[in-house]
Design a protein around this ligand. Structure first.
Ligand code: CTP
Ligand code: MG
Length: 457
């Protein structure tokens, strides 16, 4: 239906990111284990509506794009074109490179990685009706009109929208617009304005997404990280897919004798995986590297591979810093932080061979320290930072590293520390374990996955 015409996607990546202010343009910054532009291209690559992708670049960074295209074996990327000095020039170069006049084209900022297939679909559908289609959202803030330094009008907010990308066009129309533009240029930061300016047809709009942000300033990366976190928890594998993927896998779970770890062992085994559990009870303390080394070695010698390593081991002492003994402080740091380091460091050797997955555990207190939990919460913050760093380091081996952030879960550790609590307010270890398995088989890396009551899978 909407796929009646050929559809092109122009991904604009010719900018230098002056406002972001980094030596390498922002589209090459890492987000959730991949560069921003890889996330963007992936959406078009996976969309069943898009036929071909053109990437517009700054020739100085061509090598980076070529590496990315080769590494991902994209099937749809058919041109990598040197762009111009302005966004407008870059768009124009992309548009003029389209061979088929009777097609549709979507022009999109490479630095908007949260574009969705739904938006792509809606834009294309509306191109049947309109010569061009913009993607817009309403503004949560009042928009004011100024003149020099005074407000001269406060227009009705319902009549003002915020423009995002993609912007879609009938190819022949946007080509005509750019031909006119060459004769009669004007300054703008979007392509739909050309259609209006030269009177080439109607410009429709579809609803964008308030998460479809443009990475402009360095702080935007923090928002983007968070958006990925919120999104990804919904997009990890379905339970059907988990079942398929986990069959025949070899898992090593440190801290697997109780709580969430035990549940991961139990469930993965019931799905036909081999799961090996190690803990202090089996004389494997993760603060002793040689114990971790021999545990992993033993599994590898038996099974010939290790696909995933999980570390759920942790200890929690609740007390004010003032009354903590140095011995207890060290115990918490050693198990929660140093232990994660040891597991990560020793697991890599095996995960490299299987292009496997490492899963660490954090706690909701990682974003903000909590009184009485000073050591626990700061070690859990350290685990997240460690996970992000090694996700980047392990990426060259095709390994994935993530962290699970479970809400209050019904575990022995909790009961020991909190006594009786209303069960209905606690998460079952089974949900956390299932979500952990979904993360293990997913392609995400470098991410924290919040697991809460809504995470049921
Ligand atoms: N763009 C482009 N060619 C240019 C300028 C910009 O293809 N000559 C692209 C950018 O790479 C980006 C998109 O247009 O994906 C949106 O532009 P913007 O956010 O302004 O990016 P930059 O121009 O790179 O950033 P800045 O304006 O801060 O320099
Ligand atoms: Mg710019």
């Amino acid at each position: 239906m909407y796929n009646s015409k050929e559809c092109y996607a122009i991904v604009l990546a010719g900018g230098n990111g002056e406002r972001f202010g980094d030596a390498t343009p922002k589209q090459f910054k890492k987000l959730a284990g991949k560069t921003i532009i890889e996330h963007t291209i992936e959406v078009f690559e996976k969309s069943d509506i898009i036929d071909k992708i053109f990437i517009i670049i700054n020739p100085y960074f061509r090598y980076l794009i070529e590496e990315i295209v080769l590494k991902n074996s994209y099937k749809k990327v058919s041109k990598i074109l040197n762009g111009g000095n302005t966004r407008q020039e870059s768009s124009k170069i992309g548009v003029f490179a389209i061979p088929n006049e009777d097609s549709y084209v979507l022009i999109h900022d490479s630095v908007r990685p949260f574009i969705t297939n739904k938006i792509i679909q809606n834009v294309i559908i509306n191109l049947e009706k309109y010569e061009s289609v913009d993607t817009c959202i309403s503004s949560p803030d009042t928009i004011v009109k100024i003149n020099e330094d005074e407000i001269i009008d406060v227009p009705d907010r319902k009549k003002l929208l915020l423009g995002q990308t993609p912007q879609g066009f009938r190819t022949s129309i946007i080509k005509k617009a750019y031909q006119q533009y060459e004769k009669n240029p004007f300054k703008t930061t979007d392509d739909c304005s050309l259609i209006i300016k030269y009177g080439l047809g109607k410009v429709g709009f579809v609803e964008g997404d308030r998460f479809n942000i443009k990475i402009t300033y360095p702080e935007d990366l923090y928002f983007a990280d968070k958006i990925f976190q919120v999104r990804s928890i919904e997009t990890t594998a379905s339970w059907e897919k988990v079942k398929e993927e986990i069959l025949g896998k070899v898992l090593v779970v440190f801290g697997g004798n109780r709580g969430i770890g035990r549940e991961i062992v139990k469930i993965s085994e019931s799905l036909g995986a081999k799961a090996y559990s190690f803990s202090r009870e089996t004389q494997v303390d993760i603060t002793e590297p040689e114990k971790v080394v021999s545990a992993l070695k033993q599994v590898f010698e038996k099974e010939g591979k290790i696909d995933a390593v999980v570390n759920t081991a942790a200890i929690l002492y609740i007390s004010p810093l003032e009354s903590k003994t140095y011995n207890d402080v060290l115990k918490e740091i050693m198990t929660n932080y140093y232990g994660s380091i040891v597991v990560a460091k020793e697991a890599l050797k095996y995960l490299k061979l299987s292009k496997g997955s490492l899963l660490l555990f954090t706690s909701s207190s990682y974003t903000r320290g909590r009184s009485l939990y000073s050591i626990y919460s700061s070690t859990k913050a350290a685990v997240v930072n460690l996970m992000q760093a090694i996700a980047e380091e392990f990426e060259i081996y095709g390994c994935k590293v993530n962290a699970i952030n479970p809400e209050r879960t019904k575990t022995e550790m909790r009961r020991e520390n909190f006594g009786y609590e209303d069960e209905n307010t606690l998460l079952s270890p089974e949900i956390v374990a299932k979500k952990s398995l979904a993360v293990l088989v997913s392609n995400f890396s470098g991410m924290v996955f919040d697991v809460n009551k809504n995470s049921e899978i």
